[in-house]
Design a protein around this ligand. Structure first.
Ligand code: HEC
Ligand code: HEC
Length: 205
């Protein structure tokens, strides 16, 4: 008897929780923001300022929109919850998937919102050397600067990539049902430029 009562009370509580979660989910997504570059001017030490700028960039780099395509394994991840890609697809030789299951089988040139399928003209998984998933911000920072792993880019090349590459820019226009990366692409580009200008220092590992 008693446990039955407890159970139904618990069920009621659960329903309440579910109700409020629903309200939360329906609220318009509030895009997370990025601190403007100028606000870092108060950090007098240049190295500290550079590290702080990179930490701010980390809000974008470690966001699911970027992480899902820079996974530690052969498989991309999906959704804000970063679940493993369904169906099973793999990076393949060049990031475009195995021949029988190429990314373009499903991913078109642009987002297809009715089926929630994101798209872009060169949709592909980042190479394994550019995997970020499971790494600390310090490790990601070092690897990002390493021309043996970053696609032979110097700092200017990195800034150019993040301000012009359509896969990066997709992170802020991800289509229906996905949270955009924080801030704007312009703010992110400005943070990276300021990080480069201050010596591209990395957080201590
Ligand atoms: C059989 C169809 C299919 C194939 C092939 C496919 N995808 Fe997907 N992919 C989807 C669908 C559908 C979604 C949307 C899932 C959702 O968000 O509910 C998706 C979502 C994604 C996302 C998630 C974006 C985000 O941040 O939520 C990534 C990343 C992704 N795919 C990468 C790839 C890559 C890379 C390839 C090729 C190696 C690939 N997909 C091949 C169907 C496919
Ligand atoms: C659809 C998959 C996809 C998404 C989404 C994606 N990337 Fe990438 N990224 C790639 C691929 C593929 C490459 C390799 C391209 C090359 O080297 O020319 C790459 C390379 C990079 C590089 C080059 C250097 C390196 O070491 O990683 C940077 C920087 C980068 N991405 C940043 C981002 C950021 C920031 C986001 C989110 C705003 C993002 N990417 C989202 C697929 C993706």
């Amino acid at each position: 008897m008693r446990s039955g009562l407890l159970l139904s009370a618990a069920a009621g509580f659960g329903l309440c929780l579910a109700g409020s979660a629903l309200t939360l989910a329906q609220a318009p997504p509030t895009a997370a923001s990025l601190r403007p570059v100028e606000s870092f001017g108060t950090i007098a030490n240049q190295r500290d300022r550079s590290v702080a700028l990179f930490a701010e960039m980390g809000k974008v780099i470690q966001h699911p929109r970027c992480m899902n395509c820079h996974p530690a394994t052969e498989r991309p991840r999906q959704t804000d919850a970063r679940r493993l890609h369904q169906p099973l697809v793999v990076r393949g030789k060049d990031g475009h998937g195995a021949p029988a299951m190429a990314c373009t089988t499903c991913h078109g040139k642009q987002n297809y919102d009715p089926a929630r399928i994101p798209g872009d003209g060169h949709w592909a998984l980042a190479p394994a050397s550019m995997a970020w998933e499971g790494k600390s911000l310090a490790q990601i920072c070092e690897q990002l600067k390493d021309q043996n792993r970053n696609g032979s880019r110097d700092l200017a090349g990195l800034v150019k990539h993040v301000t012009t590459d359509t896969l990066v820019l997709w992170g802020w226009k991800p289509g229906a049902g996905r949270e955009p990366a924080p801030g704007t692409p312009e703010q992110f580009g400005a943070l990276m430029q300021a990080w480069a200008d201050t010596g591209a220092a990395c957080p201590a590992s």
